[in-house]
Design a protein around this ligand. Sequence first.
Ligand code: P6P
Length: 335
Amino acid sequence: MPQRVSLTQFLVEEQRTGRVSADLRLLFEVVAHAVRAIGATVSKGALLGVLGEAGTENVQGEVQKKLDVIANEIMLQSCEWGGTLAAMASEELETICHIPSTLPRGDYLLLFDPLDGSSNIDVNVTIGTIFSVLRNPQAKNPTEADFLQPGRDQVAAGYAAYGPSTQLVLTVGEGVHGFTLDREVGDFIYTDPFMAIPAETREYAINASNARHWEAPVQRYIAELQQGRDGPRGSDFNMRWIASMVADVHRVLTRGGIFMYPLDEKCRAKGGKLRLMYEANPMAMLVEQAGGAATTGRSRILDIIPEHLHQRVPVILGSRAEVERVTSYHLDPSS
Ligand code: P6P
């Protein structure tokens, strides 16, 4: 029976080797507790009467699901007391959320999408929580401007996937590590050390209903994949689209692939579909740490200097050879 290593044991070892500070270790433990609570609530679904719409809209103007609101509350209440944070930012909140003056504060900034994939909540398809950790650049209360750091400055990033099993995947810049929740014991168990994305793939993920809105480089790239072995790629490709970024990216981290939500005529005015600070940046850090690549089609996502908290960007990430090909089609159409 191989020895089971818990998340706590993993973090103790990471702290002992100096790869993780005591505060960052505690933050991971607190976030792990929060996602266990979110996963437990999500798994009860209709039994708790938490499916369906909340009757409110978030800062994005999107209709909130009851579980969006619940997951956001769980993240805020679980993470505010640990003494490791100066402030938090959530997809569900217009402005940043300072740590109450009655609670101890720390040097980190936590950003999160508390429940990504809302359109899948009511149909029992995998959804997840995405989080990103930055340093507070100043000693006192941070402002929103202090959050606007490029993704390359993230201290850590991760997500929880609420699927057939609940998995936690994280990085502190030393590889990507996956944990599976043992619901009976309540521990996340270290099941996926050093997750790696193969450079090559035969699987792509994109919402093909947007095809008529795509820019020419994406139209060209996808057409080549669809032509399969009869086309210039000389191989057949497979397509998946779960419409939960966490689920699609988890598949890419687990078996390779390319995930694309590119700029198109529908989302051009907003800059893209996916949010930079708490979707694209954390996923880009994880993907790069697993040997993959993450670009907007024209530039590296982790180098983007954010302009505002809820900024949206195009996202093309996954197996490095494919991301580089798509990016080359954008930068040099004659390639
Ligand atoms: P579409 C979920 O709402 C989300 O933000 C991502 O998780 C997902 O990849 C994308 O939107 C799905 O978008 O247009 O296919 O519904």
